[in-house]
Design a protein around this ligand. Structure first.
Ligand code: IFM
Length: 440
């Protein structure tokens, strides 16, 4: 790597991130069925109809996986808790084996001196709640607050940090308007309601955790830089709307108690009655803001119904996902978020990384990480209080609709044998993080 720890501010945290459904092995340990299980079982939704039944079998191999986190010299491990593993029906009866698992995982992290950074929800909604309308049902905010109390009532005393929901745009727009993720809906009313309810659930979970006496609570957004495809006023308007839907709606709700006007033009008729009254809950103060950043999009106007826009191919080098690599946009996002939304609040890059077909000598990943760490440094120099950087992901894993084909891991996983093999990027990061650092 081009950088070592000493190139970053004192107390800057380096971590790796994962999520429950993508690695644990959801068919094991008494977890309930989720909307991802049925989405994956529906032809055409996921490459080869693959699902998270076994995934990386992290449920049984977490000790080995956490040894890698320690060996790599990472300060933090960002993981998620599966709602259906803890409450198989989403409410009511607790699966003790599920709670015990997260308890053991927490202790295993602390034994290795790794800070546990939890996310309460990373996309696998219990099917019993999906049957009741899932994120379209306003009651989901209360169901989620109850789940928060159950899981954090058990492990909250040992968490370093917690965020309620990973990537609200994916939970709502991607899954209810674009239909690419579970529950696979393509409906503007469902999209508007889920966008609002996911933020309301976030706020209720923060309140629940404050009630448990917890601190260091945050919110994690995925941001995608939008660039007009040409100089026309129409392309600029389309790019601004894409920015509104993708980025500003969620940041605006949590940090400004307001949704952008250009987004309301299309969504307001579909928002739940009394949506304006929910902002005090949505904007419950947080202690930090997490940004997940991967790419940018070129946006052009389009025919048809609102939002009248489409993304078009761009000229930049691309990852295995086909995503353009644009590190400068990460700097712009960090600066803009601090200036317009979060002020002095600490910002962490809670996900960044790339999918690559290279399973051993992943030089492309090392280059990508160097470029994005450089982008973080540029933001630090401009005075942005960035204090952490997490790589997605520790392991090759279930990349949702792309199944096991796209590999984001620092550690290669052979999905036939489940053997783990660290890639060149893992060793490069290990030297960057541990060389010259006294171990205690
Ligand atoms: O794998 C996902 C993760 O679940 C959420 N953020 C983006 C990653 C890469 O697509």
């Amino acid at each position: 790597m081009k950088y070592t720890r000493s190139d970053f501010p004192k107390d800057f945290l380096f971590g790796v991130a994962t999520s429950a459904y993508q690695i644990e092995g959801h068919a094991q340990g008494g977890a309930g069925e989720t909307h991802w299980d049925t989405f994956a079982a529906t032809p055409g939704n996921v490459v080869r109809n693959e699902n998270g039944d076994l995934a990386c079998d992290h449920l049984h191999r977490f000790e080995e996986d956490l040894d890698f986190v320690r060996e790599g010299g990472f300060d933090c491990y960002r993981f998620s808790t599966s709602w259906a593993r803890v409450l198989p029906e989403g409410r009511g009866q607790v699966n003790q084996a599920g709670l015990d698992f997260y308890d053991r995982l927490t202790d295993a992290l602390l034994e290795r001196r790794i800070r546990p950074c939890a996310t309460l929800y990373h996309w696998e909604l219990p099917s019993a709640l999906a049957d009741l309308g899932g994120w379209r049902n306003p009651d989901i905010a209360s169901w989620f607050a109850d789940f928060t109390e159950v899981i954090m009532g058990r492990i909250g005393d040992r968490m370093f940090s917690v965020a309620p929901i990973n990537e609200p745009w994916c939970v709502s727009w991607l899954s209810h308007f674009e239909g690419h993720h579970a529950p696979g809906l393509r409906d503007i009313r469902a999209a508007a309601r889920s966008m609002h309810h996911v933020l309301l659930a976030h706020g209720r979970a923060i309140q629940a955790m404050r009630g448990l006496g917890m601190s260091n609570l945050g919110a994690v957004f995925n941001l995608e830089w939008s660039e007009p495809a040409d100089d026309s006023a129409e392309a600029q308007k389309a790019a601004a709307l894409y920015d509104g839907i993708y980025n500003r709606f969620f940041l605006g709700g949590v940090f400004k108690k307001a949704y952008p006007d250009n987004v309301l033009e299309g969504l307001e008729p579909h928002l739940p009655t009394g949506w304006q009254d929910d902002f005090d809950t949505i904007a419950e103060p947080v202690d930090w803001c997490g940004l997940n950043y991967y790419t940018r999009k070129l946006i052009a106007p389009d025919e048809g119904a609102w939002p009248h826009l489409k993304d078009v191919p761009g000229p930049l080098p691309k990852t295995q996902m086909g995503w353009e690599i644009d590190p400068a946009a990460l700097t712009r996002f960090l600066v803009r978020t601090a200036q317009e939304y979060t002020g002095n609040l600490p910002i962490l890059v809670t996900e960044n990384g790339l999918a690559s077909p290279e399973r051993h000598n992943d030089k492309d990943r090392i280059d990508y990480l160097n470029q994005h760490l450089s982008a973080v440094q540029d933001a630090v120099v401009q005075g942005v209080p960035v204090n952490g950087y997490f790589i997605w992901s520790l392991l090759d894993n279930y990349e949702w609709a792309f199944g096991y084909e796209k590999r984001f891991g620092l550690i290669d996983v052979d999905f036939d044998t489940l053997k783990r093999s660290p890639k060149a990027s893992f060793f490069a990061l290990k030297s960057a993080l541990t060389d010259g650092v006294a171990s205690s």
